[in-house]
Design a protein around this ligand. Sequence first.
Ligand SMILES: [Zn+2]
Length: 109
Amino acid sequence: MNKCLDSGIQEMLPDLAHGTLDQQSRIRVEAHLASCESCREDMVVIQTVKNAAVFAPTIDVQRVMRQIPPYRAIVPGVRPLRRSGRLARRMRQRSRRSRGRRAGPGPAS
Ligand SMILES: [Zn+2]
């Protein structure tokens, strides 16, 4: 099958599928479809997508939002990180040291 090069017709295929072409354009496109296998196949795809869209479920965003668990419960069994304990103390000390470095040379270095 050769790919159709008539882009003007191809742009009108969705409009034909949706019935929004004026009569003159519709006759022109339908005449083209009779002789163009490529556009006929495109038309089948467009019709398939159009028909599928009719049955697409509407998305209830509020309902989806209610299903999302709160942040702390994302990984069950893993407690959220707290600002205490040895690691947090070490991190605080490190940030204090880097602040001192930025302020200029320290007294004992
Ligand atoms: Zn064509």
